[in-house]
Design a binder for this molecule. Structure first.
Ligand code: CTP
Ligand code: MG
Length: 344
């Protein structure tokens, strides 16, 4: 259980030198520059996604939120013309007939409808681009959280780099696949954003708590409030913390590893990016979970709910190891460093 590891196994760290922090920053920046994806253009999307009569398809997830890999999957949301919500829709039947339609498309392979998941999807592989994709139905909240994440990514270049590095870290350590019982990339992104909000001074604000005018607006989608401050051009006017944090990416990356191994109390506190005040697991009645990560809009959704005790320990061990490895200063890059980075 994560709390069993707290402090117990933490080795004292040698002093961090400025030189080493500089190297750490460069490693993070290189990692991002080599493998990250600038927003996918519509051409590629059109290549993979063909016309389905009466269907509207929109990209979301890392193709749009600024934290994508070149090989990231395509997350696609499908809605039907003339039908605003999924109400009254037989999702299973639509997913099955969607799979049937996709099977007729010559450049698509491995078409797999998954109707048992929380959000039913059809998976596919596009042979011409080598990309995998998921089509989900009326995943409207995901379109909104993609916008929220994209706004955080746009506030400060360090956000993109750190969220990206975190995803690479999760993939390399094999702790980033929700379909195999660990956490999704999305969950790790929320962990990074939470850390950046809690840092002193903070690197990013809490956009969901900010508003202009007397009263906080409420914008309801599927029964959840999706309002957030999106006027980023004027962020400096409304957020007193604007550009106050001057730390390097290396300092922040190491700070994040320290935060989740030394400071953050997983037993008591929820990773929650919609408010600055700590949210307790007790208040959410999520005390029986090993790791609680609240979705910023669907407040009933704990992204850590599916973690077994064993998996939670495995994830915590990966963080503890990373703290030790990244906290052990080296004087220079290893000689094979540039090739190593190709790995990402
Ligand atoms: N999503 C969600 N709730 C989850 C998981 C995912 O709403 N429990 C939505 C989010 O909008 C997220 C998108 O689905 O951005 C894609 O999730 P995921 O593939 O985990 O994240 P990506 O950022 O696309 O990461 P990757 O590049 O690894 O595909
Ligand atoms: Mg994705």
């Amino acid at each position: 259980c994560p709390e069993d590891f707290k402090r117990m196994e933490l080795e004292p760290l040698p002093l961090m030198t400025l030189d080493f922090l500089q190297i750490l920053s460069e490693v993070c920046e290189q990692c991002y520059l080599k493998g990250s994806l600038y927003e996918r253009n519509n051409k590629l999307f059109q290549k993979c996604v063909f016309f389905l009569t009466g269907a509207k398809l929109v990209l979301f997830g890392s193709s749009k939120n600024g934290f994508g890999f070149k090989q990231s999957d395509l997350d696609i949301c499908m809605t039907l013309e003339g039908q605003d919500t999924a109400e009254g829709l037989d999702s299973m039947a639509v997913i099955e007939s969607l799979a049937k339609a996709l099977r007729k498309h010559h450049s698509l392979r491995n078409i797999l409808p998954i109707t048992t998941a929380k959000v039913p999807i059809v998976k596919f592989y596009h042979t011409k681009t080598g990309l995998e994709g998921d089509i989900s139905l009326y995943n409207t909240l995901a379109l909104h959280n993609t916008q929220l994440l994209a706004s955080y990514a746009a506030i400060d270049a360090r956000v993109k780099i750190l969220c990206y590095v975190m995803k690479v870290f999760a993939k390399v350590c094999d702790i980033g696949d929700a379909s195999r019982g660990s956490l999704s990339s999305y969950a790790y992104t929320l962990m990074v954003l939470y850390f950046l909000q809690q840092r002193s001074p903070p690197v990013i604000p809490v956009l969901q708590e900010m508003y202009v005018g007397e009263k906080k607006p409420v914008v309801l989608v599927d029964g959840w409030d999706v309002h957030f401050f999106s006027d980023l051009k004027n962020l400096h006017k409304y957020w007193p913390g604007y550009k106050k944090n001057k730390e390097s990416v290396g300092q922040l990356w190491f700070g994040l590893l320290q935060f989740y191994t030394e400071t953050f109390d997983f037993k008591e506190t929820v990773v929650c990016i919609r408010r600055i005040e700590p949210l307790t697991t007790f208040k959410k009645q999520w005390t029986s979970k090993h790791l609680a990560i609240e979705d910023p809009f669907d407040l009933s959704h704990n992204l850590g709910a599916g973690l077994s005790r064993r998996m939670a320990s495995f994830i915590m061990k990966a963080f503890i190891n990373a703290r030790r490895v990244f906290g052990a200063p080296v004087r220079d890059f290893p000689p094979e460093y540039p090739n190593k980075m190709e790995y990402f």
